[in-house]
Design a protein around this ligand. Structure first.
Ligand SMILES: Nc1ncnc2c1ncn2[C@@H]1O[C@H](COP(=O)(O)OP(=O)(O)OP(=O)(O)O)[C@@H](O)[C@H]1O
Ligand SMILES: [Mg+2]
Length: 230
């Protein structure tokens, strides 16, 4: 079954780019190809001009499910990338501790995932992704399972963190408002097989206030994307 067809796109350093498309169109497959965990039959993945097709370990990747290990405490979940690289638990924990408050997990370091709220679990998974320390971060629908209020708060929080840590982010969602609010650019994808229908530049100034989503300019972009999707 062809999943992706002729998809070609780029990210600039420190840019926030979103792949927006309907369920099942191939978004996760595209991220899996970039991360080198599914084989690519045709096409190439370049990072800084280097052909990285099929290579793992070049990007930080938060999978569509949070995949926290239920038997490990929050702090030990977040340091997994460092442990895999061969650091001791003591060293790795020391590196993670300063970030726990930035990720809203202060006081929950030694709890288990089941003792956290959905939003906290997502933040723990995001911190673990961040601890992988790659300049490019792939985030696959990180807020999909959350209620509307938590999701709103998490979007604002992610925007602030992205600004602070200066990451280059490739974000996946099927939520149009989330995509516009967070992104510098959006690639709108078609139904499977995924093709790029349109590239939308989001010329809303930063920092963006939460209520920007009710502005005329925001709604103009939203209407444009909605009409183009149907
Ligand atoms: N391991 C697999 N083997 C076979 N087909 C797969 C596999 N993973 C995904 N697919 C198929 O590829 C298509 C795209 O899946 P993908 O997970 O990339 O979609 P998606 O856009 O991420 O969807 P969603 O928004 O629901 O997460 C789907 O039709 C799915 O059935
Ligand atoms: Mg997916």
């Amino acid at each position: 079954m062809p999943i992706v067809e002729d998809v070609s796109f780029y990210l600039h350093k420190n840019e926030f780019v979103t792949l927006l498309g309907p369920s099942g169109c191939g978004k996760s497959t595209i991220l899996n190809m970039i991360a080198g965990i599914v084989p690519v039959e045709e096409g190439k993945v370049y990072i800084d001009g280097r052909d990285c097709t099929g290579e793992v370990g070049n990007v930080s990747y938060m999978y569509q499910k949070d995949l926290l290990l239920p038997w490990k405490k929050v702090i030990d979940n977040t340091i997994l990338p460092l442990i895999i690289k061969g650091e001791t638990v003591g060293e790795a924990r020391k590196k993670a501790i300063p970030y726990l408050s930035l990720f809203g997990l202060e006081g929950f370091e030694y709890k288990y995932p089941f003792q956290l709220s959905g939003g906290m679990r997502q933040r723990a998974a995001l911190l673990r992704t961040y601890m992988f320390s790659k300049d490019i971060v792939l985030l696959d629908e990180p807020f999909a399972g959350l209620d509307a209020i938590t999701r709103y708060n998490m979007q604002s929080w992610l925007m602030q963190v992205a600004d602070k840590v200066k990451a280059t982010i490739l974000f996946v969602t099927h939520d149009i408002e989330e995509a516009i609010y967070l992104s510098d650019r959006i690639y709108v994808l078609t139904e499977r097989p995924a093709r790029i229908k349109e590239e939308v530049k989001i010329q809303l100034s930063r920092p963006r206030e939460r209520d920007i989503v009710t502005s005329t300019q925001f709604n103009r972009i939203k209407k444009h994307i909605l009409l183009n999707l149907s």
